[in-house]
Design a protein around this ligand. Structure first.
Ligand code: FAD
Length: 347
């Protein structure tokens, strides 16, 4: 009995201290790895010193191979896994979750990490169910290989979580909490190996699920991505109509900013819901966040807390947004925005 107890203790200790190997599920576009996925790679640095990081890219066509080349030069990446198949042209949860399952069964990773964006949030929980583990979502700090911090109660409290489940420990990380490692600044002399994923066990049935791709509609590719923009200009219900919201777009254009919106503005049909910022929208952390006609509900503030400077314009001096704003103007946005548009220099 004593021997078996010692052995199980040793196994537990060994499994806690065993070599860390991490798989990062990355998203790519136009031959580059998306910034949010680069933040996920950055987050793996804190999992442990001897962490061997593999990056998984899937899709088809030349842009996939370009992205793989780029990933292979990343300083923390020791292996690039490539699933080149038209089954992964669109990020549908069913085939991608199955892909993660297949890749994990071969690589037996201690951690699987992805960004907490619409891509990662769609795929990782399903893959976690297939692997029978509980994922830890929205991680903002990695304190150790199995110790993480994540916000709760719409960001009003932080919870520290010790993962005690079996491998793999699956995480989505909030990309605004981790820097984006610049690829060019760290180019390495020996690129990581690029390996094709063996898809022979991946049946046609695995590629078909309850969801299907309908269409991809993209807003304005000229504008910076809302999740990574340096400046965000947001409009709320105070804008009153879709027509008036165009003022926000003009101002964003002059400032080279991304456009955001509150849920009330989205629900009123002023703008599409991909512009929603907050607890159930996008999390942003720009250097400058400008809020026009936004009251400052806690669910909205949950998405802007990490902004460096917050500027609020509201005609109600008691609006809660002023409690978090660094600068505020109590005034009518229909006077303030035209004045800003007039005084700001052309780009
Ligand atoms: P309002 O609260 O109506 O505020 C409008 C503001 O405009 C007012 O303060 C008013 O004084 C000001 N105003 C009006 N006219 C002018 C003018 N001419 N000039 C200047 N100021 C003017 N909300 C989000 O934004 N993001 C989320 O992700 C989100 N998730 C949610 C999740 C849940 C589960 C729930 C229950 C709610 C969520 N909400 C979210 C909704 C949130 O509670 C608020 O209802 C919403 O944020 C309010 O949007 P608003 O500030 O535009 O509208």
């Amino acid at each position: 009995l004593a021997v078996s107890r010692n052995r199980s203790l040793a196994t537990a200790v060994l499994s806690r201290y065993r070599f860390i190997s991490t798989l990062v599920l990355a998203e790519h576009e136009g031959g580059s790895i998306k910034a949010s996925s680069l933040s996920a790679v950055e987050a793996t640095k804190s999992l442990g010193e001897d962490n061997s990081v593999s990056i998984l890219l899937a899709g088809s066509g030349p842009s996939l191979r370009e992205a793989a080349q780029a990933a292979s030069c990343h300083p923390y990446v020791s292996q690039v896994l490539l699933a080149d198949s038209d089954k992964f042209t669109y990020p549908l949860a069913e085939p991608w979750a199955k892909l993660l399952h297949v890749v994990h069964k071969k690589g037996n990773y201690s951690h699987i990490v992805t960004a907490s964006d619409s891509f990662g949030k769609n795929i990782l929980p399903r893959a976690a169910a297939l692997l029978d583990v509980s994922p830890i979502t929205d991680v903002i700090e990695v304190s150790g290989s199995h110790l993480f911090v994540r916000p709760i109660y719409a960001g009003n409290a932080l919870s520290t979580i010790q993962y005690t489940g079996s491998d793999p420990c699956m995480l989505t990380i909030r990309s605004t909490s981790f820097p984006v490692a610049s690829m060019s600044a760290h180019s390495k002399s020996i690129a990581a190996a690029i390996e094709q994923v063996d898809l022979s066990t991946f049946s046609e049935d695995d590629a078909v699920g309850k969801s299907k791709f309908v269409k991809l509609s993209s807003q304005d590719t000229e504008r910076p991505d809302l999740g990574n923009a340096r400046i965000v200009v947001t409009g709320g219900r105070g804008l009153k109509s879709a027509e008036n919201f165009k003022m926000i777009e003009k101002l964003a254009e002059k400032l080279g900013a991304a456009v955001g919106a509150t849920r009330a503005a989205v629900d009123a049909g002023f703008v599409p819901n991909e512009l929603q910022v907050g607890q159930t929208g996008k999390i942003v952390a720009p250097e400058l966040y400008m809020a026009f006609g936004v009251s400052g509900a806690i669910q909205h503030l949950a998405g802007i807390r990490d902004s460096k400077v917050i500027v609020a314009i509201n005609k109600d001096a008691d609006a809660p947004i002023f409690q978090v704003a660094d600068y505020g103007i109590v005034g009518d946005l229909f006077e303030v925005i035209p004045e800003l548009l007039e005084k700001l220099p052309e780009k």
